[in-house]
Design a protein around this ligand. Sequence first.
Ligand code: ADP
Length: 153
Amino acid sequence: MTKRIAVFPGSFDPITKGHENVVRRAAAMFDEIIVAIGHNTTKQSMFELEQRKHWVKETFADLEQVRTEVYHGLTVDYCKQEGARFLLRGLRNSGDFEYERTIAHMNKALWPDLETILIFTDTAYVSVHSTVIREIIKNNGDVSEFVPAAVRF
Ligand code: ADP
């Protein structure tokens, strides 16, 4: 049987407990999950790529079917390159849904064999957004409740 490989793409700036929860629950569904950090040259990130990668890697160090990579270019091209036919995404609310639907349809048009798999967030993490976390960090607030223990700065 061909391996069921899923790519979980994002900026992970920084990784949150919401992201972690999605990957841990999906681990039961796939043989391998690649947490793929997109290298976006136009989007200014708060944390360096290597730092983000290190935190993601450490967060999933106990899961042998999860690996962390950095990719450039289109997500569908990266999935093809890795032989991944599943694209994993998390859903918090209707805003996420509308966004994910658009992206999923575009990706389907670009590569019809790719299936987008959406997982609802655990209610505990429904309000956890990287954007808000970055704002709290900028203002010296405590984010330890919202990010995995590996995230230290
Ligand atoms: P992007 O920059 O593509 O939005 P993110 O790193 O913010 O990437 O998120 C990657 C994926 O994780 C997206 O599918 C997003 O919807 C999902 N996600 C983010 N926060 C949560 C959360 N709290 N619960 C569940 N899924 C989440």
